[in-house]
Design a protein around this ligand. Structure first.
Ligand code: 13P
Length: 256
């Protein structure tokens, strides 16, 4: 399996800044066959960046998408509109869940709509600090994994990626802490077991599972050597060119 390095730019960069950043990144980046480099810019930059990128070096992701194809849904962008523009879509990010109140039902529809439009959803799951403190982490992760995949046909499981992002480890969250390798390993195992129970071992082992939350060039090597971690989802550090290229380099060397 490839190692994934996904940069989530969130609400950062103007279209011009995004283009300059990507130009510099492409110049530095060789073609790595065993590292899948993906960036998720803001929607407004996707069209122009899709003309600029070399897809042998890197792929684009959207940060979200709407499950209806067309219609009276002011402000939304559908996966059918994103088709051909992006290869991946981040779905169910904790900022969508907690800031914009998306639930598992909505997220399941988005995951299915992405698959239907030949876009690989990166389904994000993760508990808050208080959910962990109250002992709800295991049930919550299981519910988010099973709930998010509910509308995906069994034989399409190989078209999804899962990312574990504990909300308390996201750098922009107040008082964020880095997750320890043991904490990450436990949840990665839980995600894999949940997939095995629901879909069988063969299918479950084909699903890439990423880790995200304050990943940077200093800690990425450690996270990538955790058994079952197939890559990283990077927020803040993906906005800094040197950091992001270092992370990609390390992913190439560590190779899970
Ligand atoms: P940070 O890497 O800034 O903690 O963000 C993680 C994240 O939310 C990526 O989707």
């Amino acid at each position: 399996m490839k190692t994934y390095v996904v940069g989530n730019w969130k609400l950062n960069f103007t279209v011009g800044e995004a283009s300059i950043y990507l130009h510099k990144l492409l110049k530095r980046l060789p073609v790595y066959r065993d590292v899948e480099v993906v960036v998720a810019p803001p929607f407004i930059a996707l069209q122009s960046l899709s003309l600029q990128i070399d897809r042998h070096k890197l792929k684009l992701a959207s940060q979200d998408g709407y499950y209806k194809d067309f219609g009276a849904y002011t402000g939304e962008t559908s996966f059918s509109q994103l088709r051909g523009l992006v290869n991946y879509a981040i779905v169910g990010h904790s900022e969508r869940r907690y800031v914009f109140h998306e639930d598992d039902k909505t997220i399941a529809k988005k995951v299915a709509a992405a698959v239907r439009n030949k876009i690989t959803p990166i389904l994000c799951v993760g508990e808050t600090e208080s959910e962990r403190a109250f002992g709800e982490m295991k049930d919550l992760i299981r519910d988010q994994v099973i709930g998010g995949l509910r509308e995906v046909a069994d034989d399409n499981l190989d078209k999804v990626v899962i990312a574990y992002e504990p909300v308390w480890a996201i750098s922009s969250v107040k008082g964020a802490k880095s997750a320890s390798p043991e904490e990450v390993a436990e949840v990665i195992r839980l995600i894999r077991e949940t997939l095995v129970d629901a879909y069988g071992r063969n299918a479950a082992e084909k699903v890439p599972v990423l880790f995200g939350g304050s990943v940077n060039s200093a800690n990425v090597g450690g996270y990538l050597t955790i058994p079952g971690v197939n890559g990283v989802l990077v927020g803040g550090a993906s906005l800094i060119l040197q950091e992001f290229t270092d992370i990609i380099e390390i992913a190439k060397r560590v190779r899970v």
